[in-house]
Design a protein around this ligand. Structure first.
Ligand SMILES: [Zn+2]
Length: 112
């Protein structure tokens, strides 16, 4: 498992920063991006708990949140079952789920 960097993808045409990366910029449909660093701490904007989960995700409920990292809104799994709007979160790399017996890794958000 290779640890990944938590980055944003900045549109070279209009400057919009997105995470995850899209094929085309959501603002101007540009197709060229550069990686930019995102702040190490984000703020929880909203969250939801999912009880009906795709195969391979253990232990419902799954708590998903949207956090703001310097103006970039990122969707991710939360490590807490008791999120509070406005709480500060940091991205941590870890196992998200199992898919066809393969572990899938990605960023989760952990309260500070
Ligand atoms: Zn753009």
């Amino acid at each position: 498992m290779v640890e990944q960097k938590f980055v944003g993808f900045k549109c070279k045409a209009c400057g919009r920063v997105m995470n995850p990366k899209h094929d085309r910029c959501l603002t101007c449909k540009g197709t060229e991006f550069e990686e930019v660093e995102l702040p190490k701490v984000g703020k929880l904007i909203t969250y939801t708990k999912l009880y009906a989960l795709p195969v391979g995700i253990e232990m419902p409920p799954l708590t998903l949140g949207i956090a703001d990292f310097g103006g970039v809104r990122v969707l991710g799994q939360l490590t807490t079952d008791d999120p509070k709007i406005g709480m500060l979160l940091k991205p941590v790399w870890g196992k998200l789920r199992k898919l066809n017996d393969k572990d899938i890794y990605g960023f989760k958000f952990e309260p500070l």
